[in-house]
Unconditional design. Structure first.
Length: 228
């Protein structure tokens, strides 16, 4: 059973208040994600250019250039995985907040993340593959999968159910009930608002809009009965 506040009617003002209480945690997540991404890009460049230098810049063939790029991508892969793992906290922190009713500190957020990293990596891999497959199937199925993200992340981080069961339950909650379809409609509208804010501020507004929307959607998922 989640905190009583989770079942109250969601509002932008309440979501903003929840966000303000978690600014240190959200800020560190943004910074950590950015730093890891920069390190990954640096690793890619160093490995790729190093491989090209080894084969000789002037004599490098197309095959050698492709191989250097591949080596660079392999070197960047651990950083990409770690960046994705840390970045999911932007959704997980709101889920943990409403599940417990407490303000999630930086220490608590990363303690949860490091307690079961392989669970979260595998959950992310399954979700990414499902979304990618849906995108390839005329785009709309991929969007349908992406829309279960708030419920899926909540089930993954706040419970012990197997990953596949969490995905199935999230999909059923969003598309198998009348309230689920209402939630999906609210989520689409929220995405649109976040997109408009981000575009109008050249991306800077996303630093606020994305986490605030995370708190709003988690509250909405509880309020409409998709989460218990």
């Amino acid at each position: 059973m989640a905190a009583p506040a989770a079942y109250e009617s969601p509002s932008v003002s309440r979501s903003w208040e929840a966000f303000l209480a978690h600014v240190p945690t959200i800020l560190l997540v943004w910074v950590a994600t950015a730093v890891i991404s920069v390190l990954g890009a640096a690793a890619y460049l160093l490995i790729a250019f190093g491989a090209l230098g080894f084969s000789g810049w002037e004599s490098a063939s197309e095959e050698a250039t492709a191989a250097a790029s591949l080596f660079g991508q392999l070197g960047q892969l651990p950083f990409s995985l770690l960046s994705s793992l840390v970045g999911v906290l932007l959704t997980a922190v709101p889920a943990l907040h409403y599940a417990t009713g407490a303000v999630i500190t930086v220490r608590e957020a990363f303690a949860v993340l490091l307690a079961r990293p392989w669970r979260y990596l595998l959950a992310g891999l399954l979700f990414t593959l499902a979304t990618a497959a849906g995108i390839l199937l005329c785009v709309l199925p991929g969007i349908a999968v992406a829309l279960v993200t708030p419920v899926y992340v909540n089930l993954i981080f706040t419970g012990e159910r197997p990953i596949q069961d969490c995905f199935t339950a999230a999909f059923a909650a969003c598309y198998g009930t009348p309230n689920g379809r209402t939630f999906v409609g609210i989520e689409l509208l929220t995405w649109l608002v976040v997109l408009v804010v981000s575009v109008c501020t050249c991306g800077a507004g996303a630093l606020l809009a994305v986490p605030v929307s995370g708190f709003f959607l988690q509250n909405a998922a509880y309020h409409y009965g998709l989460l218990r």
